[in-house]
Design a protein around this ligand. Structure first.
Ligand SMILES: [Zn+2]
Length: 410
């Protein structure tokens, strides 16, 4: 593995500290060995020196809510798509994310963990993936996409396609959680409220009982991990918190008492601001029904207010794009939307060190610090002044993952 001296950068370290000009970072054996000023940087013998000429160096970006495996809106695939084109479509989503500067992501449902393994083995050139496997949803819940007149469930194809687990009752939810852990899920994803795209559930509806969710949380904890839950409203969030869920997804319609409870219970909120705007702008192309459009509008008007309330109350706000479909790109748009609500630095911290804490990986990723794993990106320009730079992968000139240069367009 080559030793790299990334020379002459403005450093945004991911902790929220002010940027530092004229810095150099030494990468050795996959880790960040030294962070110092250009003047103090000695060049070890054999090191490859990369002069970044004043570009911004940052931790590799992270995304806590991806759906690489959903090539349709909340569906794995169209019924007449073959599995070969499915696999290749998923591979394209994964590879694009890395080229855009995302070095670690958490899949929030719909991706078979075998894809994470394929990345680990170098067969797909993508970010490190923390897969949740199949969604766990109650009958008629947010991951139950059957029409009213169709009782057939889409089957999973273990190792390729993770279709939703429709499960009811404590024992069935427990078995589903165990099945996902067996298949390689690194955390368990629950559907705790109605959602926009599902055909038969009101947005305000709570889904799963506390006891059902608690069974999944118990199984996740027993395996050394945690559960995340899709929740749009405060009653749903409170159910999830009562069950011990650690990561609240969306949190679109949040009240103050619930925000305080989230702080008290050290739960994270993963606000997903951009997807809502994107779906609203292209509702027809995404095939949203009139019913879904009404639900979308409620979420769209409230989510920025709720994200601000969460941040102001002291909730750790993680970053998730929730992008869906084939040919997912411009993933950094989530940071642009978040910056409008919380500011550019908060958006960057959210997508680096806050997500790293959420992933239980803060000792390895999310900050540029000596001893951390070398996940780094170099951006042409200053993302603090112009956050939109991060929304176009062309501005991400250099991507280093675990000390290996995986993109070099300097
Ligand atoms: Zn989602």
């Amino acid at each position: 593995m080559v030793t790299l001296l990334l020379h002459n950068v403005i450093l945004i370290d991911g902790t929220g500290a002010n940027p530092k000009p004229n810095m150099a970072v030494l990468v050795e054996e996959g880790a960040i060995r030294r962070v110092g000023t250009v003047r103090s940087a000695a060049r070890p013998r054999g090191a490859q020196v990369v002069d970044l000429d004043g570009m911004t160096l940052m931790p590799g970006l992270t995304d806590a809510h991806v759906h690489f495996g959903l090539l349709g809106v909340n569906r794995n695939r169209k019924p007449d798509d073959n599995l070969v084109s499915y696999v290749l479509g998923v591979k394209e989503n994964i590879e694009t994310a890395l080229q855009e500067g995302f070095t670690t992501v958490r899949d929030a449902g719909g991706l078979d963990p075998a894809f994470a393994l394929a990345v680990e083995k170098g067969m797909i050139n993508g970010p490190r993936i923390l897969p949740s496997g199949s969604f766990l949803s109650q009958t008629g819940g947010h991951a139950d996409h059957r029409s009213r007149y169709d009782d057939h469930e889409m089957p999973s194809v273990p190792g390729i396609l993770a279709a939703p687990e429709i499960c009811d009752g404590v024992d069935a939810v427990r078995a589903a959680a165990r099945r996902q852990l067996r298949r390689g899920a690194t955390q368990i994803k629950l559907m705790g409220s109605g959602g926009v795209s599902s055909p038969n559930d009101p947005l305000e509806g709570t889904q799963f009982t506390v006891e059902e969710m608690a069974a999944a949380v118990y199984e996740a904890r027993s395996a050394g991990t945690y559960a995340l839950a899709h929740c749009h409203t405060s009653p749903a969030i409170n159910n999830a918190l009562s069950a011990g869920v650690r990561s609240i997804e969306h949190g679109s319609i949040l009240d103050e008492a619930t925000a305080k409870r989230m702080v008290h219970e050290e739960a994270f909120m993963v606000a997903t601001l951009h997807i809502v705007e994107m779906l609203a702008a292209n509702a027809e192309a995404h095939g949203l029904s009139h019913y879904s459009m009404i639900k979308l509008e409620k979420v769209r008007s409230q989510m920025p207010v709720s994200a601000k309330l969460a941040a102001r109350s002291g909730v750790s706000v993680g970053s998730g794009s929730d992008f869906l479909g084939a040919k997912q790109n411009r993933r950094g748009l989530e940071l642009v939307s978040k910056a409008k609500v919380l500011g550019a630095m908060a958006a960057i911290v959210s997508a680096t060190s806050t997500n790293a804490r959420l992933f239980n990986m803060a000792d390895r990723i999310g900050a540029v610090r000596e001893g951390m794993q070398a996940d780094l990106i170099a951006v042409a320009g200053d993302p603090l002044n112009k956050i939109a730079l991060l929304a176009d992968g062309a501005n991400v000139r250099l991507v280093v993952k675990a000390g290996v240069v995986v993109k070099n367009n300097i």
